[in-house]
Design a protein around this ligand. Structure first.
Ligand code: FPP
Length: 251
């Protein structure tokens, strides 16, 4: 335990000594189901263990002064899961939000969401909205939960809004460029992610932040989300800090 804590402190120091700290980290938290299956447990036990990982990674990100952490919590496609699993995930999300909001507030975390939260029941939406309202003036980590989120739907929603504004004459067709397009996305107030971490070894984006990840550095680990430790998180950041980002140029 003592040795582990020392290792965590050592990595933390190393990350902070390097100058290029990622401003925005996005995570696809995958592998809860497999983690549970390996132990002969129901899938929901994996999601419960996944919430514990969320707590430790949020804390670790705050300690490193990371500005934005986006977690892929529930995709539009996840509604296709068995009803029992969907309601268990929802239950966990709202229970955790209610339980943790005071601590998030104390830790200067600002909670926001990305996605169509209008798709949730009014009672559930209210829990999220209250939590966002309470933390809206916090200046530390912005914790962004992607909920009822689909990258393609986000792009289509932006296209619809742009067409409306074009028709109203609010924007000029010639002026539609990447910057303007980004300002129509759900994430208009966030910088693009610098680093995207995906746990449990799958090599795909799964409809996550499709527009925003054009030049994001990817880090994929075989570790299942419930097992993802603060050291694993630190390893991912240290790996990112060694990369040369050229954005299509020559460096
Ligand atoms: C992916 O594992 C995980 C999810 C779809 C749900 C993630 C949700 C949580 C961890 C709870 C959210 C709570 C908060 C507070 C953010 P999977 O089920 O796809 O795993 P598998 O690929 O092994 O089946």
């Amino acid at each position: 335990m003592q040795k582990l804590r020392k290792e965590v402190e050592k990595f933390k120091k190393k990350i902070l000594e390097n100058k290029n700290l990622p401003q925005h980290i996005a995570i696809i938290m995958d592998g809860n189901g497999r983690w549970a299956k390996k132990r002969g447990l129901p899938r929901i036990a994996g999601h419960k263990a996944g919430v514990k990982t969320v707590k430790r990674i949020v804390k670790a990100a705050g300690e490193l002064n990371i500005k934005f952490l986006t977690l892929f919590t529930f995709s539009t496609e996840n509604w296709r899961r068995p009803k029992k699993e969907v309601s268990a995930i929802m239950g966990l999300l709202y229970k955790t939000t209610k339980k943790e909001i005071d601590e998030l507030y104390q830790n200067n975390v600002r909670l926001i969401t990305t996605g169509r939260i209008d798709g949730f029941s009014p009672r559930r939406k209210e829990i999220l909205e209250k939590a966002m309202e309470k933390t809206k003036n916090n200046t530390g980590l912005t914790l962004n939960l992607a909920l009822n989120y689909s990258g393609r739907v986000e792009i289509l929603d932006a296209v619809r809004k742009i067409i409306k504004d074009l028709k109203k004459g609010k924007i000029d067709e010639e002026k539609i460029d990447s910057k303007l397009f980004s300002s129509y996305l759900y994430t208009k107030d966030l910088p693009d992610p610098d680093l995207l971490i995906r746990t449990s070894g799958e090599l795909r984006l799964s409809n996550f932040l499709l527009w925003q990840t054009s030049y994001t550095e990817l880090y994929i680990t075989d570790v299942l989300w419930p097992d993802f430790s603060v050291s694993d998180f630190h390893q991912a950041i240290l790996d990112y800090q060694k990369r040369e980002r050229r954005f299509g140029g020559v460096g």
